[in-house]
Structure formats: structure tokens, C-alpha cells
Design a protein around this ligand. Structure first.
Ligand code: SF4
Ligand code: SF4
Length: 176
């Protein structure tokens, strides 16, 4: 599973709070007023003695060991073996909302039929090799969806570049 698991990763340095991902998600999933599979959250953080707002598009993280699936009394939630996407079978759901209490990210939503629904990483696109609508719409390229290896490679490259910049700065300033 670990090799196939699709990861939803947000590069918070790149998110500018435009909320194009929220709109794209609503449109792609044809959602009525009410359920929101993705919400951009705002958190005040202090970094290097300066306060600023950090934005984080929050949706289902398709957890490796999903707490929502563990607590569902009717096994309506499962994790797909082929890609790790956590899906809900609405024909089984009894609308008890236990999954909502168990989820650390507040991802499960109650639909207008009273049953649980949530992000499925746009499975219809994913199985054809395309990215979910949120990642396609993100103009800051903040949302990354890929395998664990692809996301780790992205993070490594990003921090390597940032270290390189800092090292160049030190060399430029302090070399005689
Ligand atoms: S609904 Fe919540 S607990 Fe379940 S897989 Fe998604 S993020 Fe994890
Ligand atoms: S609301 Fe539905 S999916 Fe969630 S725990 Fe209850 S039966 Fe399972």
C-alpha cells in the first residue's frame, strides 16, 4: 500500500488564499450549498518574530490508518488498496456521524440526504492519471497530489534549494 498511497500535500509557502481550489471542488463534485469537501483555513503564526497568516486548504487526508473507517459501525468507509483513497459507500451509511467526531481534520460532511460524503481525490480523474480539480485549479501550485516518493522528492528538492540560497548568501556576505 505504501508505494501506491496517494498523498495530499500543501506547500503553505505557495498558498495565497485565492480559494480557487474551493470553487473548483464544488464545481467538479457538483455540490449544493452546504457540504464543502475542501476549506481553506487561516492560522496566525509567528515566524522570525513576525506575525503573519498561513493558509492551508484542508480536506480529507486519506489517512494511512483512517480513524473514520475504524469507528464506522457499518463499515461504510474503506481505503482502496490500489491507490489508498478513502471512500464512502453511501448505500451502507446510516448517518450516525461517528466518523465526523473521529476525524482529526473535520473532513466528513453531511450531505443533503443526511449521509456522509467527503473528498475522494476526484477519483474519476485520478484513475485516468489526472490530478484532482483542486490541484489543477491552484494557481500558486500549492496543492500537490502524488505518491509518497513523489511528495518526499518535492519536499527534499524544495528544502535543498532553500538551504542552497542561504549558503550562497553566507558565502556572498562573509567571503573576503
Ligand atoms: S475522513 Fe478524516 S479520518 Fe477519514 S481518512 Fe479522511 S482525514 Fe482521515
Ligand atoms: S455517518 Fe455513515 S460513514 Fe460515518 S460512521 Fe456513521 S455510518 Fe459510518
Amino acid at each position: 500500500m505504501k508505494n501506491n498511497q496517494k498523498i495530499f500535500y500543501v506547500d503553505t509557502d505557495r498558498c495565497m488564499n485565492c480559494r480557487a481550489c474551493e470553487v473548483a471542488c464544488k464545481m467538479e463534485q457538483n455540490l449544493p450549498a452546504g457540504p464543502r469537501y475542501l476549506v481553506v483555513t487561516e492560522t496566525e503564526v509567528t515566524r522570525e518574530d513576525r506575525d503573519h497568516c498561513e493558509f492551508f486548504p484542508m480536506n480529507c487526508m486519506h489517512c494511512g490508518n483512517p480513524p473514520c473507517a475504524k469507528v464506522c459501525p457499518v463499515n461504510a468507509i474503506t481505503k482502496r488498496m490500489e491507490d489508498g483513497v478513502v471512500v464512502v459507500d453511501q448505500s451502507k451509511c446510516i448517518g450516525c456521524r461517528v466518523c465526523l467526531w473521529a476525524c482529526p481534520f473535520g473532513a466528513p460532511q453531511v450531505g443533503i440526504n443526511g449521509k456522509m460524503e467527503k473528498c475522494n481525490l476526484c477519483l474519476h480523474s485520478l484513475v485516468e492519471g489526472a490530478l484532482p480539480a483542486c490541484a489543477r485549479a491552484c494557481c500558486g501550485e500549492a496543492i500537490k497530489v502524488g505518491t509518497m516518493e513523489e511528495i518526499i522528492a518535492y519536499v527534499r528538492e524544495k528544502y535543498a534549494q532553500s538551504c542552497q540560497k542561504k549558503l550562497s548568501y553566507i558565502r556572498d556576505v562573509f567571503s573576503d
